[in-house]
Design a protein around this ligand. Structure first.
Ligand code: HEM
Length: 507
């Protein structure tokens, strides 16, 4: 360990700008994971530029990167093959612990093959979204009916985080794996599926943090360490979730059912194993639930603080709804202000604030915006040693004023209703959605596979809720803490929640 660490401490990043180390044991990485880590992201970039040297948990060098050319290099082309997910994922891949051999836990060729099969079967395509649209309307209508019932006595304070969590889990359950988790009724208790799925989440997060903590340890040696992991990973729950998923027959319109059907007749080269198929079910829930619920909650929170924007959006969706209650996928996607509100919130408040990559071999990262080295010389490319942790600062790059303009840290949905500034286009960011890094991007296997599903889920929920009710602040100030996903909490409280004042509209 000492040998590995001393090698890392002498990495070629030495000349890069960056804040002074906090202490040997308390590096900068814990600031990135700190509940108020937003500030650290933004201030670090503002002070030192788009390539910064940070200290890891053990004092080792970490590259914090928001430079567009640098991100392109890591995420696209041949470099996409040099950089891989950090060891946490690799360990999971070895042990197939959390999700089985699905997308989130596979690496290298196995991952590429799964992505290819999913892409070839077009299970996340626009065409598929058109087909599953009735599922979205069915689920959101259930949410609407229950909430309208709750609001019969007038304005009520509701914890919208819970409702967004319930509806997004039901949406991904029904559309993704053909399983209903929640009737979305006023009194219903979460089903056994929910309990099984949710019990995994709090355990998987600390595990993730721990694995990031000491990348070097992973390389030390397997048997004892792997035994240790076996002890902390909640095996019974995984088994149960997978058993539940196994019950999914594969006969419906949902993504997994379609995949099961198409896999039967696929070319042997393109076939995935049953185990891989079943594992995608857990992958879809973990990839799609928390992210979407955070995005939806954030949009509602932002709109509750901006009544004029909320009213403008309401007029747009009500106008569309007067003609037809459940519009088509294409008509929903065409609503301009709804699209602008979603994009702007996802830009400013990316649910996933940072991602991590590690090069398998030494590599060189060019910078489009050179940074000032400690020796006073400008640096326009960086040498990165194999094994160095590279943090891709998603949240910060989405708010970079050199790209998005001086109002980059403001919520301005109108920016999406006109041509984007040249600085955005010229940055050539590899983001898969509208130049943003929110869903990552670059090579096909580096981005969010569920982006279209997320988009339609968010828009369908907003379409339904805003045309029936109004959202305002409850009086309890809400702060968003940065954990693995940004999470709302009532100021001073320690439990995630987002109480809003909700009022039923007449008519
Ligand atoms: C607002 C909502 C969402 C956001 C912000 C988001 C963001 C992301 C990001 C940043 C990644 C890349 C992670 C990495 O490369 O390390 C990712 C991957 C992934 N996402 Fe999403 N996601 C969202 C919704 C969804 C939904 C609804 C699904 C369900 C299908 C989903 C499924 C996945 C999967 C399976 C991966 C792994 C892809 C792979 O490894 O090839 N996501 N997501």
């Amino acid at each position: 360990l000492v040998e590995l660490l001393s090698e890392r401490l002498r990495s070629p990043l030495e000349n890069l700008p960056g804040p002074p180390p906090l202490s040997w044991l308390r590096g900068h990485m814990d600031q990135l994971f700190h509940p108020q880590g937003w500030d650290f992201h933004l201030k670090t970039v503002a002070a030192f530029g788009t390539a910064v040297r940070l200290r890891g948990f053990l004092g080792e060098d970490v590259l914090y990167l928001t430079d567009p050319a640098g991100l392109r290099t890591i995420l696209t082309g041949e470099h996409g093959d040099i950089y891989e997910e950090p060891p946490m994922i690799t360990i999971i891949e070895k042990n197939k612990l959390l999700w089985g051999p699905g997308l989130l836990s596979s690496t290298g060729m196995a991952h590429k093959k799964q992505r290819r099969v999913l892409d070839a079967n077009a299970v996340f395509s626009v065409q598929r979204m058109r087909t599953v649209m009735p599922i979205f309307w069915d689920v959101t209508r259930r949410l609407e009916d229950t909430m309208v019932n709750l609001l019969q006595c007038g304005s009520t304070e509701l914890d919208m985080l819970i409702w967004m969590s319930r509806v997004s889990l039901e949406l991904i359950g029904q559309a993704g794996i053909g399983v209903s988790f929640d009737t979305l009724s006023e009194t219903s208790l979460p089903s056994e599926h929910v309990l099984t799925a949710k019990q995994l989440i709090p355990l998987s997060f600390p595990l993730q943090g721990f694995m990031r903590l000491v990348p070097s340890i992973v390389k030390i040696g397997p048997p004892k360490f792997c035994g240790f992991q076996d002890g902390i990973v909640p095996y019974p729950n995984i088994r149960k979730l997978r058993e539940n998923n196994g019950a999914c027959e594969g006969t419906g319109r949902d993504i997994i059912s379609v995949l099961i059907q198409q896999n039967k007749g696929a070319d042997p080269m393109d076939k995935v194993s049953d185990d891989e198929l079943i594992s995608q079910t857990g992958t879809l829930i973990f990839g799609g639930h928390e992210t979407t619920l955070v995005a939806l909650s954030r949009i509602l929170h932002v709109l509750s603080l901006r009544p004029k924007s909320q009213e403008r959006l309401r007029l747009e969706v009500m106008g569309a709804r007067v003609e037809r209650r459940d519009i088509s996928y294409d008509d929903l996607m065409k609503l301009p202000y709804l699209d602008a509100v979603c994009k702007e919130t996802l830009r400013l408040y990316a649910p996933v604030t940072q991602l991590h990559r590690v090069p398998r071999r030494n590599s060189i990262i060019p910078l489009s915006r050179p940074v000032l080295g400690r020796d006073g010389q400008m640096i326009d490319c960086i040498q990165v040693q194999a094994g160095t942790m590279v943090v891709l600062g998603t949240a910060a790059v989405n708010r970079d004023p050199a790209i998005w303009g001086l109002d980059a840290d403001q919520w301005v949905p109108e920016r999406w209703l006109q041509p984007l500034p040249e600085t955005v286009v010229d940055a050539y960011l590899p983001g898969v959605l509208s130049h943003m890094m929110t869903f990552m991007g670059g090579g096909r296997s580096e981005s969010c596979i569920g982006i279209k599903l997320a988009e339609v889920e968010i828009k369908a929920v907003l379409y339904v809720l805003l045309s029936r009710m109004k959202f305002g602040p409850s009086g309890a100030p809400i702060t968003w803490d940065m954990h693995n996903f940004a999470t709302p909490t009532v100021q001073g409280g320690n439990k995630p929640s987002m109480p809003l004042k909700v009022t039923l509209l007449s008519g």
